[in-house]
Design a binder for this molecule. Structure first.
Ligand code: C2E
Ligand code: MG
Ligand code: MG
Ligand code: MG
Length: 277
């Protein structure tokens, strides 16, 4: 509720509120027609394997353009897409798009180990989620083990145990699962043992101070060690410096994703990057 203690602050608060509400409705409108009007697309951020020193994978990230061609951050539009349920349609569109892109890359001789796609809890809650995903895999002809679905750690704790079953089902069909933003959701490593996940993505907030903070270094080193004991692959997110990359390499982190190696880029740029390396 708005504050009424003094008139000017009340007015200010109201105008900010209505501006946000208007912006939200604008974005919702954009989202409703985004696929039809070609305002949504996927970009890809390559993942660098520290052992082979090559790009072995890429994460697909959604971009939304407004009427003026300006890009809106997924941090803004994904929550609105989730609230309105529009994420379901956008999510299937994204998944189909990524499968097709992977196939096209394969035909050009670019064979990433896998390609990652983010999925929201709203998508996972659809009773026909697995069925739809399998049908898109079938339609596009991609091998299921070339796909990794990224589920954020906090989401996983939010949903009931029935969703563990979703992860088991994905595994059963050969689809990989990564736990995204690890470290932000307070799940214990022993909890991870119960989940049929393949990959742990260490959140950027633990990577930021790797060079300066002994505590963060120790934490990251231990997480990598324990994850490996559980048979998981570890990806570090948001690596921006050579020093961070070197520390992670010392800690035997498997792959690195971040601006140090590459920002998210369009399909065509992935092709040139892979042809060069
Ligand atoms: P995420 O899945 O954790 O993706 C990583 C985010 O970190 C991306 O932001 C990426 O551009 C950014 N990033 C990567 N390296 C660096 C770095 O070195 N420094 C900094 N500062 N940032 C870096 P982006 O693309 O803005 O996406 C934000 C979030 O939106 C994603 O976080 C994901 O949770 C969500 N999202 C994006 N695309 C989709 C999608 O297709 N479906 C769903 N459900 N969520 C998506
Ligand atoms: Mg992700
Ligand atoms: Mg993440
Ligand atoms: Mg995230």
């Amino acid at each position: 509720a708005a504050k009424k203690t003094n008139r000017s602050s009340y007015v200010f608060y109201e105008s900010v509120m209505s501006e946000n509400a208007t912006r939200k409705i604008e974005i919702e409108d954009l989202l409703r027609t985004a696929i039809h009007e070609n305002r949504v697309r996927m970009v890809y951020q390559p993942q660098f394997d520290l052992k082979s020193e090559t790009f072995v994978s890429a994460e697909a990230l959604m971009r939304l353009e407004d009427q003026n061609g300006k890009l809106i951050s997924p941090l803004v539009f994904i929550p609105i897409a989730e609230e309105t349920g529009l994420i379901v349609e956008l999510g299937y569109w994204a998944f189909r798009n990524v499968c097709k892109t992977y196939k096209a890359w394969q035909e050009m001789g670019i064979s990433f180990e896998s390609v990652s796609v983010n999925v929201s809890v709203v998508q996972l809650k659809q009773s026909d989620f697995i069925e739809e995903i399998l049908s898109i895999i079938d339609e596009t002809g991609i091998a299921p083990d070339k796909i990794e679905l990224e589920i954020t750690e906090s989401i996983l704790l939010d949903i009931d145990m029935a969703n563990e079953n979703i992860i088991d089902q994905l595994k059963f069909h050969g689809i990989k699962v990564a736990l995204d933003d690890f470290g932000t959701g307070y799940s214990s490593l022993s909890y991870l043992r119960q989940l049929a996940i393949n990959t742990l993505k260490i959140d950027k907030s633990f990577i930021n101070n790797l060079s300066d903070s002994k505590k963060d270094r120790e934490l990251v080193r231990q997480v990598i060690g324990l994850a490996h004991e559980l048979g998981l692959k570890v990806v570090a997110e948001g690596v921006e410096t050579e020093e961070q990359s070197q520390i992670l390499s010392q800690f035997l982190c498997d792959s690195i994703q971040g601006f140090y190696y590459s920002k998210p880029i369009i399909e065509r740029e992935i092709v040139s990057l892979m042809k060069k390396s």
